[in-house]
Design a protein around this ligand. Structure first.
Ligand code: GLP
Length: 262
């Protein structure tokens, strides 16, 4: 039997303590961390590489970054960004694309070079989409990987579009969106039947390759999945559990999302 100190260490690493903050404060804390990273890299003449997510959850972080740009002169001139995912069959000029969403919430509001703001292209046949996945991963590798990855969590425990069933070693690929995910996206598309059936997503292994991961979850709608993701068995049934295996992943949740966790 392992000595008591080892047992404690195991328990701690398998069920991380979430950081509980009101959503507005969480957004400020994460935006400040990003700003510090960007400034530290700029001071060394390097580029910060940010992994970005869409959804309601990270909006506050983006608004705070826009404010830091406006009020405190934070510059994104040395920043490269990579978004996690995109819909298949939705052109980037379509307002419902994740690219268009990112432009509205962040890209067009700061001094980020559009050529360094990457979102996967979701248009093309199967061969072209596979090529896009390979090209996108190669672009991330070419800049030395992602320094800090923002992620949200779907009600079914998905990360990006890694739906339940996604393995620990999954790489960027085309996936079929689950019923829960499509239902949650139905409003934005004017009805469930109009929500794309597929998405392009970085895989779990790609997300875990980031040097730091900040998972955000807010609101009562997320409390059951946050509790299961933090405390349940690690495995493909709930892809967010794999983030517990990362050495610098922080789970930042508001009191409502934390309410079912121990
Ligand atoms: C989408 C995105 C995910 C996001 C999730 C939760 O499906 N692909 O990256 O984390 O929804 O979205 P929200 O933050 O709106 O709850």
């Amino acid at each position: 039997m392992a000595p008591p100190s080892m047992q404690t260490a195991n328990v701690t690493s398998s069920a991380p303590q979430p950081i509980v903050l009101e959503a507005a404060e969480a957004a400020r804390v994460v935006a400040r961390e990003i700003a510090e990273l960007v400034r530290a890299k700029a001071a060394r003449g390097e580029r910060a590489v940010l992994g970005l997510a869409t959804g309601k959850t990270p909006v506050g972080v983006y608004h705070e970054l826009v404010r830091l740009r406006r009020d405190e002169g934070l510059s994104f001139a040395n920043v490269t960004t990579f978004n996690l995912d995109e819909f298949v069959g939705v052109d980037e000029r379509d307002p419902r694309s994740f690219r268009a969403w990112m432009r509205r919430e962040l890209f067009d509001l700061v001094d980020l070079d559009p050529a360094r703001a990457h979102v996967p292209r979701g248009v093309g046949d199967a061969v072209e989409l596979d090529a896009e996945c390979a090209r996108y991963r190669a672009s991330i590798a070419a800049v030395g990987g992602i320094d800090l990855q923002l992620v949200g969590i779907g009600r079914n425990g998905h990360v990006a579009f890694n739906e339940p069933g996604s393995s620990r070693d999954s790489r960027m690929r085309v996936v079929e969106l689950s019923g829960v995910t499509r239902a949650d996206l139905a409003n934005g598309f004017g009805g469930l039947e109009r929500v794309p059936a597929h998405g392009l997503t970085l895989g779990i292994a790609d997300v875990l390759a980031a040097r730091a991961i900040r998972l955000l979850a807010f609101g009562e709608k997320k409390h059951a999945i946050v509790a299961r993701a933090l405390e349940g068995p690690i495995g493909p049934e709930l892809p967010a559990t794999f983030l517990r295996e990362h050495r610098d992943a922080r789970w930042i949740v508001d009191p409502a999302a934390a309410s079912q966790s121990r």
